[in-house]
Design a protein around this ligand. Structure first.
Ligand code: F6P
Length: 541
């Protein structure tokens, strides 16, 4: 829909429905509808979603689906898959779904055979990864590579870092990966401290190859290597992933050792392409391609399943329901898998850089809240930290619980305990414990209010057979498409990120004022000027 979705009849119907439903309790909804637990589930590939513990009825889902239709979601999904320029502010196609197309899929966009381009890069990555893994590619002294250090930030870091951690049980060639991102020197210093230059390969990952943090860290890494092995060693120890061949060459990396991608891949959507090189080296090309097949399976589900049985559509619409009707401010993601410990951080960029917008695609202001604030930690650690607020706090925090049936490695029945905790938490959040139930246990009356568990706290539960490259791909594609659904309803451009530009530019302008001996010149504001003076004083400048 063009214009303001909040003015639509469908939005008004949801607002009215909210008034009817807001006082209803999940206990009642379950009692009234015995089929609810069975009906409010959906399967997509290997992922099973239980959304019965949401403050929603079939009517809610029907109304939300009508809203999605009103917003033109079906056409917009097709527009993305066809490669139309739906990133309007940058006039670009949005084709991360093409990164996982099978080789025989046909996709020509702007006159370019996209599938052929994607597979040419994947094949080059695979050949290189195989050489490193088989020890055919060695460092300058002839020793094999033992550690790959990815230098990148944002989408050029969070995706591969999250995926490497998630899949480290599959890293079978004895090659470890590390990730350096922050311009805080502690990051690169700490990561290089115990590495041997002779067995270290740097992958400098930057879509633009102009990002200050990445280029600064890359220069430090190059100096560290040159100091130990000499200038000629650089070509054996540095490769690049970028869309900018000119800048890569300028940095001194042989363009033959560059793996490319395209302007139609957003940074936060890019680790299933060349940005995933460090992951591919660790787990091998075959497993990497299994991950791509997992992504693709979810893409197909998103593109073809009816909205009522479409996992990303249902989860995206429930996000709208809580954000815009219940006024929820945040959304917790709680993987019951230690291997997914970077998943919440990864999702923060994916969701918040995409949907943290306050104008619609046509430049007019939005009139409803956008951009869910994602946060989380793996269970059960979170239980002993912030779940108190989830259970008894004053705020509504919808949460996604993610679990896997089969552990990679089990000891002493620990995995069953882990999943028992997941199930216990979602049940306690939904159904709570009443004052009558607590009093009946003999609790002194003055303590009863402290122990009441209000319940009615909504959760999604996603279960998968095992954390594998394929299920990871399915999970990431699920959230990519949730972001898409929400962005479509809000009518915003989920694929630009202009909001991060101003601060970057100002930091470049400010840096000389911190180091100069002269009095600070033109500074942006009085508070910043005082802080610059204070910083210089503390540093004795
Ligand atoms: O923070 C803005 C941003 O452009 C992200 O979108 C991107 O993932 C990150 O910087 C890194 O950019 P690049 O890959 O070009 O170095």
């Amino acid at each position: 829909m063009n214009g303001d979705i909040t003015q639509s009849h469908e939005w008004a119907a949801l607002a009215k429905h909210y008034e009817e439903l807001k006082g209803r309790r999940l206990r009642e909804l379950f009692a009234e509808d015995p089929a609810r637990a069975e009906r409010m589930t959906v399967t997509a590939g290997d992922l099973y979603l239980d959304y019965a513990k949401h403050r929603a009825t079939q009517e809610t889902i029907d109304l939300l689906v009508s809203l999605a239709e009103r917003a033109g979601l079906r056409d917009r999904i097709e527009a993305m898959f066809r490669g139309e320029h739906i990133n309007v502010s940058e006039d670009r196609a949005v084709l991360h779904v093409a990164l996982r197309l099978p080789p025989d899929a046909e996709l020509v966009v702007d006159g370019q055979d996209v599938t052929a381009d994607v597979h040419a890069v994947l094949d080059r990555m695979s050949a290189f990864a195989d050489r490193v893994r088989s020890r055919d590619w060695t460092g300058a002294t002839g020793r094999p590579i033992e550690t790959v250090v990815n230098i990148g930030i944002g989408g050029s870091d969070l995706g591969p870092a999250m995926a490497y951690e998630a899949l480290r049980d599959y890293a079978d060639a004895g090659i470890k990966a590390r990730f350096v991102s922050n311009i805080d020197p502690a990051d690169i210093t700490g990561n290089l401290a115990d590495l041997d230059p002779a067995t270290t390969l740097f992958v400098v990952s930057s879509k633009t190859f102009t990002t200050l943090e990445t280029l600064t860290n890359a220069r430090v890494a190059r100096q560290w290597l040159v100091d130990a092995l000499g200038q000629d060693a650089v070509s054996r120890h540095f490769v690049a992933v970028s869309t900018n061949a000119g800048k890569v060459a300028e940095f001194g990396i042989d363009p033959d050792n560059m793996f490319g991608f395209w302007d139609w891949v957003g940074g936060r959507y890019s680790f299933d392409g060349a940005i995933g090189l460090s992951v591919m080296i660790a787990i091998g090309p075959e497993r990497f391609r299994e991950m791509l097949a997992g992504f693709h399976a979810m893409d197909q589900h998103f593109r073809t399943a009816p909205f009522q049985a479409n996992m990303p559509v249902l989860m995206g619409l429930l996000g709208i329901w809580y954000t815009d009707f219940f006024g929820a401010e945040t959304h917790a993601v709680l993987p019951y898998s230690q291997r997914l410990h970077r998943f919440p951080a990864y999702l923060q960029q994916l969701t918040m850089e995409s949907n943290g917008k306050s104008v619609r695609a046509d430049g007019t202001p939005v009139t409803a809240d956008t951009g869910e604030i994602f946060w989380g930690e793996p269970g059960t650690n979170g239980q002993h930290a912030f779940y108190q607020l989830l259970h008894q706090g004053t705020r509504l925090v919808p949460a996604d619980f993610i679990g896997f049936a089969e552990p990679f490695d089990d000891r002493a029945g620990m995995h069953d305990q882990l999943i028992a905790n997941l199930l216990a938490q979602t049940s306690a959040l939904a159904f709570g414990k009443t004052s009558e139930e607590i009093a009946a246990e003999g609790t002194p009356p003055e303590i009863v209010p402290h122990k009441v568990m209000p319940g009615n706290r909504p959760t999604s539960t996603i279960l998968a057979p095992k954390l594998t490259p394929s299920t990871l791909g399915q999970l990431v594609a699920l959230y990519e498409h949730i972001v898409f659904v929400e962005g479509t309803i809000w009518g915003i451009d989920s694929f630009d990120q202009w909001g991060v530009e101003l601060g970057k530019k100002m930091a470049l302008d400010l840096a000389p004022a911190l180091t100069s001996e002269d009095p600070p010149g033109d500074l942006p504001d009085a508070s910043t000027e005082r802080l610059v003076r204070k910083y210089r004083e503390l540093r004795g400048r």
